[in-house]
Design a protein. Structure first.
Ligand SMILES: Cc1cc2nc3c(=O)[nH]c(=O)nc-3n(C[C@H](O)[C@H](O)[C@H](O)COP(=O)(O)OP(=O)(O)OC[C@H]3O[C@@H](n4cnc5c(N)ncnc54)[C@H](O)[C@@H]3O)c2cc1C
Length: 620
């Protein structure tokens, strides 16, 4: 990159990030986004990059220390002596590995079923929440929040008896919310209230979405088209056949029966689109990145059962998002487990209160150890399990009557050394794909307003990402950021990294290897270049407009579900069923046991595992 491009991209400015020059830390963290050092700018490194401000600043996605510890475990690099000499760290009734929604749910429901017991929770990040965490920014005096991953939720119907309904009731979560209002005097725009609704196949008809086409898509010159579905794709460069079939694709919606789902699980989504429905391949290309985000893999590898869930159902209400995505759910569970850890009992403190880290590891009932990676969990005699974990450079071991693995299969395979062969074989069928969530804190977004949009979609084959949007934020008594094109806001990019043409099981590892090998600085350049290409002609200036960029890498974001995975093939049960059973004194409860993960499945499988552990331990 030459100096001119560096200047154009705003890479020389003391903003955004980390201050690296050619990958070298310059050590000016205090200047990041105008945040004084006392506000705790994250220590930058070439992998993790700038993490924002506030309690979550050291935990943006899978950070370098977390990845390092996990890979050392995978590669058997911890010496045998470390296990042998691990310091005793107490006896408990339950050990929980993983402090995401599932782990916290397991602990909560274990205690409800088993009475006052001692729980040890190990979480390898510096804060609880797992994929349901938030990024925080301070831009020109405005505190802004964005999701790191887990983002949208639907309000459960009161009295429906569902687990999420019971959860909302138990934790007194509101079911009506306030949202930023548009009182600018300018013509209003329509926003998504989360970071999915703007995507095609969700609720994009309720959002003002701009579609960017250039010569590669057949446009005579780069052009923006707004809300393309409104006028049946007129003005887009798609061929007549593609337009017809895209409209037919979009008109396919409605719930599916179990029989239909089972049928769809026997073929790939591409087969379904092109061979069953006979659609032009342009439809597959159109949906490819969305399928890639949701399923982790391309349409020629994902089950049609997952792809078919796309396509806007007009009656569906817009999905919602808390300011920090689904972070309030694990925070509510944390507050129930250790009230001092998140003081207060109102909604605002649930969302924005500072975590009292000192309270996490001192309560007699539940102790949460952060930055603690479980390395090995095995049975010790007929009535106990023992976990060995590393925290910093120290090794510990603790015992309990029972354990819940609320972590995913990619790590459980290495931790559970005494698991039976059939469970290992089931786990060997699990494959995972990465996802990347990038929050770009903007000083202003007039360039989008002038396009008449709050979300964008583009179609590069080799470019970066495929969509981004600005949410209409939920507001509360203490949090009401402005909704004005001349004021700060977060522009969020969600993307999977599918690799069409590769088998389902190899796409994830191939994408992950590339993604782990890419330094933060490279991703940053790609974001800035893409934004400059898309929005430069509208007056966007990266140097002036970008206040900060936070990258959230999720190496194992999605459990890949190729055809046959969900229901099993040839009369053989799905490997999901075997894993759900656990073994011995170990209950397994992670959102992935649902197949497609969501906060409700994390709650559900965590609860089931916690209650099962209470029975195994003889407490229930
Ligand atoms: C990019 C992305 C977007 C998503 N969007 C949505 C959405 O919009 N809505 C929705 O409902 N869901 C969404 N999800 C799904 C999300 O998986 C669930 O909502 C939920 O947050 C998962 O919770 P969990 O506890 O099952 O798993 P996790 O959040 O993965 O929690 C497991 C925890 O265990 C820790 N851990 C792992 N190994 C060890 C070890 N050896 N020792 C100690 N700790 C360990 C992990 O670091 C993690 O903190 C999204 C997920 C991703 C990745």
């Amino acid at each position: 990159m030459n100096d001119r491009e560096r200047r154009l991209l705003g890479l020389g400015s003391p903003i955004s990030r980390r201050d690296f020059l050619n990958g070298t830390l310059l050590g000016t963290a205090g200047l990041i986004a105008g945040v004084p050092p006392t506000q705790g700018a994250a220590p930058a490194d070439t992998f993790t990059g700038y993490g924002g401000v506030g309690d979550y600043r050291l935990a943006n996605g899978n950070t370098w220390p977390v990845v390092q510890a996990a890979h050392r475990l995978r590669d058997a690099q911890y010496p045998a002596t470390a296990y042998a000499k691990a310091a005793p760290a107490g006896e408990y009734d339950l050990i929980v590995v993983g402090g995401g929604i599932a782990g916290l749910s397991a602990a909560h429901y274990f205690l409800k079923a088993g009475g006052r017991r001692r729980v040890l929770m190990l979480e390898n990040h510096p804060i609880i929440g797992g994929e349901a965490k938030q990024n925080e920014f301070l831009v020109d005096g405005e505190r802004l929040y964005g999701p790191q991953g887990s983002n949208d939720f639907a309000i459960p119907t009161a009295g429906s008896g569902s687990l999420t309904d019971a959860f909302f009731a138990e934790f007194r979560l509101p079911r009506e919310f306030d949202w930023q209002t548009w009182d600018t005097g300018l013509a209003p725009l329509r926003f998504a209230r989360d970071n999915y609704s703007n995507m095609d196949g969700f609720q994009e008809s309720q959002v003002d979405v701009g579609y960017y086409f250039d010569r590669a898509q057949g446009a005579a010159a780069p052009v923006w088209r707004r809300n393309i579905w409104n006028d049946s794709l007129v003005g887009t460069p798609f061929s007549a056949e593609a337009r017809r079939d895209l409209m037919r694709w979009r008109a396919t919606h409605g719930p599916l029966s179990e029989v239909e789902n089972r049928y769809l699980d026997t073929l790939t989504y591409r087969d379904y689109l092109e061979n069953v429905r006979g659609f032009d391949p342009a439809v597959t290309r159109f949906v490819e990145p969305i399928v890639g985000l949701l399923s982790g893999v391309s349409a020629d590898a994902a089950s049609a059962r997952i792809g078919r869930q796309l396509v806007e159902a007009p009656a569906n209400p817009m999905a919602l998002s808390f300011p920090g995505g689904n972070a309030p759910f694990p925070r509510a569970l944390l507050r129930a487990l250790i009230p001092d850890a998140l003081p207060g009992n109102d909604f605002d403190s649930l969302l924005f209160g500072a975590i009292n880290f000192g309270a996490l590891d001192r309560d007699a009932t539940t102790r949460i150890k952060l930055c603690a990676t479980a390395l090995r969990l095995e049975h010790r005699g007929p009535a106990a399990v023992e976990v060995t974990y590393v925290q910093g450079d120290k090794f510990f071991k603790a015992r309990a009557a029972t354990a819940v693995m609320a972590s995913g299969g990619w790590i459980n395979k290495h931790v559970l050394t005494d698991m039976p062969d059939d469970l290992r074989a089931a786990y060997d069928e699990f494959a995972y794909a990465p996802a990347l969530i990038i929050n770009v804190a903007l000083r202003q977004w007039r360039f989008l307003y002038d396009l008449g949009v709050t979300a964008c979609r583009w179609f590069d084959d080799d470019g970066f990402g495929y969509c981004c949007n600005i949410r209409q934020n939920m507001t509360t008594g203490t949090h009401a950021p402005p909704l004005h094109p001349d004021r700060p806001a977060i522009l969020t990019f969600y993307m999977g990294l599918p690799i069409p043409g590769l088998a389902a099981a190899t796409q994830g590892p191939a994408a992950r290897a590339k993604f782990y090998a890419t330094p933060f600085a490279d991703f940053e350049v790609r974001v800035r270049r893409q934004m400059l290409r898309l929005f430069g002609p509208q007056g966007f200036d990266p140097k002036r407009d970008i206040a900060a960029i936070v990258l959230n890498r999720w190496g194992h974001a999605r459990l890949i579900e190729p055809p046959g995975f969900h229901y099993g093939v040839g009369g053989r049960p799905s490997p999901l069923e075997r894993v759900r059973e656990g073994y011995g004194r170990v209950a397994i409860g992670h959102s992935e046991l649902n197949g497609a993960q969501h906060w409700g499945s994390a709650l559900e499988y965590g609860k089931k595992a916690g209650e099962r552990a209470a029975v195994i331990g003889g407490f229930g």
